[in-house]
Design a protein around this ligand. Sequence first.
Ligand SMILES: NC(=O)c1ccc[n+]([C@@H]2O[C@H](COP(=O)([O-])OP(=O)(O)OC[C@H]3O[C@@H](n4cnc5c(N)ncnc54)[C@H](OP(=O)(O)O)[C@@H]3O)[C@@H](O)[C@H]2O)c1
Length: 316
Amino acid sequence: MADKKIIAVVGATGAQGGGLARAILADKSSVFKVRAITRNVSSDKAKVLADAGAEVVAADVDNVESLKKAFDGTYGVFAVTFFWDHFSPEREKQQAKNMADAAKQASVKHVVWSSLDDTRKWVPLSDNRMPTLQNNYKVPHFDAKGEANKFFLETGIPTTIFNTVFYWENFIYFGQGPKKGADGKLVFSIPMADKKLPSISTEDIGKCAYGVFKAGDEYKGKTIGIAGGHLTGKQFAESFSKAFGEEVVYNPVTPDVYRGFGFPGADDMGNMYQFKAEFEEVYCNSRSIDLAKKLNPDLISFDKWLEQNKSKIPLE
Ligand SMILES: NC(=O)c1ccc[n+]([C@@H]2O[C@H](COP(=O)([O-])OP(=O)(O)OC[C@H]3O[C@@H](n4cnc5c(N)ncnc54)[C@H](OP(=O)(O)O)[C@@H]3O)[C@@H](O)[C@H]2O)c1
């Protein structure tokens, strides 16, 4: 036990990090052990991790000194940022830099950085197909992560840029699922036209990240992307219909309509969907289901996920 290599898991009480922490803890023969990073070591979620065998350590990604202590003595770091807690790409970049700087100081041997694409590579700020947001971004929560890749690469630490995709849990926690219209019919609205949306369960993101660490040197220095499925809006609606036993209609709203929905971040999300739809081939090709299966042989399909989670999806 004593010679197990430590993986510091940022966001261990959350979705991606939680999936990774549980994947390592569930594998009793793992060569790794979990150092769960949280801002509050006495929360219920932190206690669950401690009870399952994790070392629970306090740190805040806004505080580089706390990260340096938390990463000390670790082999690996799973780094993730929390855009939707603050909606600031500048803060997100600083948080990524803090983790990169702390990982360098601690001479970490492998960083897996949960990232997304800098969409400005395909849609420069001068391109008016979608509005520029926060002065400098097209899809702030993507662009900031993509821009922050450099902080990890500049450290010289073997890093895997680990590109994730839309969570199916958004249908449970972020109001993205089907909703009852005025006529009582269930409608699923996303601005994806007839294009495919790569997506996955968060638990599988964590299991894939574990696969990356387990593979040793194989993905160090590489950019990889994973998905549990590439589904069109119509296919999502068909799966929802089957699972709920009533028809769910796909409503392919335009990105402009979606940006006008008015919830916080609707403009960012509208631009994100427009990017994914208009660059379907590039985006789908960069998110491999086969690689996800290789990293995590237990990868589940959307239908399987729905079977397990449909009762948690609010339909109002
Ligand atoms: N939703 C999607 O479809 C999707 C898809 C791809 C990527 N993403 C990206 O995923 C990221 C979020 O990851 P997630 O969903 O795994 O997060 P999450 O479930 O919201 O979990 C975040 C956890 O991290 C901790 N945390 C929050 N702020 C922190 C801070 N300042 N310092 C240290 N820990 C902090 C919190 O734990 P404590 O309270 O215990 O500290 C929380 O439990 C976002 O940047 C988002 O853009 C989302």
